[in-house]
Design a protein around this ligand. Structure first.
Ligand code: NA7
Length: 537
């Protein structure tokens, strides 16, 4: 059996960063990646129009000043192909590929209480032993798609945005349907609209969106950012969400209408996703939120010509950003084209596929291609896909049957030496995930170094600590408007999934302080043992 200090599962941004860091510490590491390439979600989400909602300079690694200097982003918001080029460049630049096994899925991991090591079985039939099992499987990586009656009889093609095929997909001469109007559906709509004969967008919930304000990055801008990169990184680390600009500390309710309008107008044209930070209480107070929502409804409405379509596209039934808003490049304007139609499937739900297309309650939509942009089994989907067995054969699926419990989003009681990157209970999707990834991996690596120095072989979250952390995560969520809407933040995206709030909403800076305090207190909430402990406490 091959033996390693650590097995990392997933070769996306988190997996590569963890590999780099642990190798730097002299650890023997392998990365297991199920798919045929590196990049994680950026490998799979190759749909037309796929683009990052966070500015390129902030959505990039900060661990290497040389890398920062030499990489030249071409646009303020990078496209999926450019991000994929970046991560491949990183893999080559730091010689990471030699430790990555592609096309290798981890099927099962079993903790051995006698040796304090994990036994990992892969889809290739290999068995590997590792002291640490580090899960870098992403939060939006297990796709979900409804199954409609008659789906197999559809004569056209069905594609999911989250597992976009690795071949050219063309829309010319086709009647295309897109189901779903989250970020994926909104990003691809204008692109597909320009190419297809006809496009029908099937909308269940109208979503807020802010324009991407995308632009090419000029040499001057590139030079300016790079001259102050360290400062920008510090700014991101000290911001609530890890974005590289100063959030406004004012309340939306402490200014007069004219002043507020001016601030919103500027934020709308420049900040993209950061519009939600135009005032500090947009996600904390309904009256404050109403001012932002009302502004956006006006803006969205003004982009759409047809009154009936406008009425359906303007979001009404949830607070702004209580569900993940999008950052789009011409989504609403696409509906002004003659070849684009909106199907309101809240009013007239999809009934079935027929060989010719999709039948909603009111009509048959004839289609040659249907794209499911229906999202993911968020946060826990990819963590629960493999069989992970901790103490006494307990499965992670059983442990999390009523919702995920973690100590700081990182460790799980009864699953010693299992470390999760951007797992449930961490800021993850409520932050620039790149900042969260680096912050957590640096912290975990310090924990591993501390364990080595102290002769510790087993690191295990304590039950009381994880219960307290889950309670704290929920308390923080209750202070916000996130719980007022059904969303993938709170498990509403999959029928039957426990309805608990998944990410930590207290912000990047608070989370870092908590991690620091935990380390300063000798990693409080984690049992650190010099010999394996056979029985659970
Ligand atoms: P999202 O944001 O989860 O959006 C999924 C969309 O698909 C959303 O509009 C859903 O409507 C719709 N959906 C899901 N299931 C169905 C069914 N059964 N029938 C009709 N419509 C459905 O996923 P995305 O891929 O767009 O974005 C994921 C993240 O990527 C995004 O948040 C950013 O972080 C980047 P609903 O709103 O549930 O009514």
């Amino acid at each position: 059996m091959q033996k390693f200090d650590a097995i990392i599962v997933g070769a996306g941004f988190a997996g590569l960063r963890a590999l780099y860091r642990l190798r730097e510490m002299g650890k023997s590491v392998r990365v297991l990646e199920a798919s045929g390439g590196i990049g994680g979600v950026w490998y799979h989400n190759g749909y037309p129009g796929a683009r990052c909602d966070v500015e390129s300079y902030d959505y990039s690694y900060s661990f290497s000043p040389e890398l920062e200097k030499e990489w030249r982003w071409s646009e303020r918001y990078a496209t999926q192909p450019e991000i994929l080029r970046y991560i491949n460049h990183v893999a080559d630049r730091f010689d990471l590929r030699k430790d990555i096994d592609l096309n290798t899925r981890m099927d099962r991991a079993t903790y051995d209480e006698d040796t304090a090591r994990w036994t990992i079985e892969t889809g290739k039939g290999e068995t590997i032993s590792a002291q640490y099992l580090i899960m870098c499987v992403g939060q939006l990586s297990t796709t979900k798609a409804p199954e409609f009656p008659g789906q197999d009889d559809f004569a056209g093609e069905i594609i999911h945005s989250g597992v976009w095929p690795d071949r050219e997909v063309t829309f010319e001469g086709k009647r295309v349907g897109i189901i779903g109007t989250g970020s994926s559906g909104m990003q691809m709509t204008p692109v597909v609209a320009r190419a297809a004969d006809h496009l029908t967008v099937f909308q269940r919930t109208a979503n807020f969106s802010v324009p991407a304000a995308n632009a090419p990055v000029s040499d001057e801008e590139d030079r300016k950012v790079k001259a102050n990169y360290a400062e920008r990184r510090q700014q991101a680390l000290n911001s609530p969400t890890g974005l590289g600009f100063k959030p406004n500390r004012q309340s939306a309710l402490d200014v007069d209408d004219a002043e507020r309008e001016k601030v919103y107008e500027a934020a709308y044209h420049r900040l993209g996703f950061g519009f939600a930070l135009a005032y500090h209480d947009i996600l904390l107070s309904k009256p404050a939120n109403d001012t932002a929502a009302e502004f956006l409804r006006r803006k969205i409405g003004a982009l759409i010509d047809d009154p009936e379509t406008r009425d359906k596209l303007v979001p009404k039934d949830h607070a702004f950003a209580a569900r993940r808003p999008s950052v789009d490049s011409g989504y609403f304007q696409a509906f002004n084209r003659d070849n684009v139609e909106l199907a309101d499937i809240r009013a007239h739900p999809i009934v079935e596929f027929t060989p010719e297309g999709l039948r909603t309650e009111d009509k048959l939509h004839k289609l040659d291609m249907v794209i499911f942009a229906t999202g993911f089994d968020a946060f826990t989907g990819s963590l629960l896909k493999p069989e992970i067995k901790g103490r006494g054969g307990m499965q992670l699926r059983e442990k999390w049957a009523a919702g995920p419990v973690t100590q700081l989003g990182i460790g799980v009681a009864d699953f010693p030496n299992l470390l999760i990157v951007v797992g449930p209970g961490s800021p993850s999707l409520l932050s620039n995930v790149m900042v969260s990834i680096e912050e957590q991996i640096d912290w975990m690596s310090d924990l591993v170094a501390h364990a080595d120095a102290q002769g510790i072989v087993e690191i295990e979250a304590e039950r009381a600590a994880e219960q307290a952390w889950v309670a704290h995560v929920n308390e923080r969520a209750q202070e916000t408007l996130y719980m007022t809407a059904a969303s993938y933040y709170n498990g509403a995206e999959v029928a039957g999934k426990p309805r608990v709030f998944m990410p930590y909403s207290g912000g990047i800076r608070n989370y870092r302080r908590i991690l620091q305090q935990c380390a300063d207190d000798g990693y409080s909430g984690f049992a650190l043992r010099r010999a394996p402990q056979k029985q659970a406490r």
